[in-house]
Design a protein around this ligand. Structure first.
Ligand code: COA
Length: 316
């Protein structure tokens, strides 16, 4: 009998400070009209000085665990997707594990930028399906604002901070039906923070740099391709589409190519902007009350690396 990984709990958290486009227009040469027309974003949340990815993840993780009815001691593994870890090391997953009283479960970070949550989900699912774990906490959390250059208006208006979490548990019924993950490092320079700490100093450029047009075309093409891969692999048509929440125009282009209706395509870009690894779990939190048991939920993401991928889940 197959062992499936079922999503049994979800949680989300964004910092309390919401910054709308009008406020952003006072900091940088842009306008509400430009941002809404080009991206669909109305506002984003920014972390305060002392808030880190782990800080944002804690309430999200606790909410997911409460929904699943589990405690820290029940966790076999924590997979934490982030581009903006609290420290160079140890992994933010370890810091979160301590807060959750979840020792000695395995805990590590995954770096796949905006595809990070799907990478974490894919790893968690594989461990459950292989019988190596029964209960896994998956987190996507970012303080992406820490990488933004407020002089670069083409990128700083696009991103926000936040965290989302899910509990995966072993079950005899689905569950995660299909996972496809990809990367092509030849595109590393198209979306990057090309910096590191060396001998006590920051070396390189500490800000997000992006070739917006290339990223746009890549994101549409690869989310469509990987979505089609998991549709073929699972043999199921999607009832819901939950895409990486980067830009409403990207979401619309993918939705139309996959021939999904707008009502079945989740879009919360307006409220959160692009929260990178947190975007898919936050979108699940915003929409899962509309899903019915047995619905097929198709998630797809693309981001820095380039990385991309898709996951099909039978809900409930
Ligand atoms: N406010 C006002 N004007 C802006 C602006 C801003 N925030 N950012 C750029 N502009 C200007 C540009 O300078 C350019 O002016 P010019 O024609 O005088 O040179 C003009 O707007 C058009 O820029 P362009 O880059 O052609 O806009 P676009 O329609 O391609 O949209 C993005 C730009 C960034 C919104 C778009 O490329 C995009 O969404 N890319 C994907 C980004 C993304 O989602 N990345 C993360 C994926 S994981």
């Amino acid at each position: 009998m197959n062992t499936y990984a079922k999503i049994t709990g979800l949680g989300g958290h964004v910092p309390s400070r919401a910054v709308d486009n009008a406020t952003l227009s006072q900091w940088v040469d842009t306008s509400d009209q430009w941002i809404q027309t080009r991206t669909g974003i109305r506002q984003r949340h920014f972390a305060g000085e002392t808030e880190l990815a782990g800080t944002l993840a804690l309430p999200a993780a606790k909410q997911a665990m409460a929904q699943a009815g589990i405690e820290g001691a029940d966790l076999d593994m924590i997979v934490f997707a982030t581009t903006t870890p609290d420290r160079v090391y140890p992994a933010t997953a370890c810091l979160l594990q301590a807060e959750l009283n979840a020792a000695p479960c395995a805990a590590f970070d995954v770096q796949a930028v905006c595809s990070g949550f799907l990478y974490a989900l894919g790893i968690g699912e594989a461990m459950v399906a292989a019988g190596r774990a029964k209960t896994v906490l998956i987190v996507g959390a970012e303080v992406f604002s820490s990488t933004l250059d407020w002089k670069d208006r083409a990128t700083c208006v696009l991103f926000g901070d936040g965290a989302g979490a899910a509990i995966l548990q072993a079950d005899s019924s689905p569950g995660v039906m299909a996972v496809r993950l990809y990367a092509d490092g030849r595109y590393a320079d198209n979306l990057t923070v090309n910096a590191r700490i060396r001998n006590g100093e920051l070396q390189g450029d500490p800000y997000t740099r992006m070739d917006g047009g290339t990223v746009f075309r890549f994101a549409v093409e690869k989310m469509v391709e990987s979505a089609q891969d998991v549709i073929a692999k699972s043999g199921s048509a999607p009832d819901w589409l939950v895409l990486h929440q980067a830009n409403s125009r990207i979401i619309e282009a993918v939705r139309k190519r996959l021939k999904m209706s707008a009502e079945r395509c989740v879009n919360c870009v307006a409220d959160y902007a692009n929260t990178s690894a947190a975007s898919i779990p936050l979108a699940l939190c915003a929409s899962s009350s509309r899903f019915s048991a047995g619905d097929n939920v198709l998630m797809a993401a693309a981001g820095g690396g380039f990385t991309w991928g898709a996951v099909m889940v039978e809900w409930g």
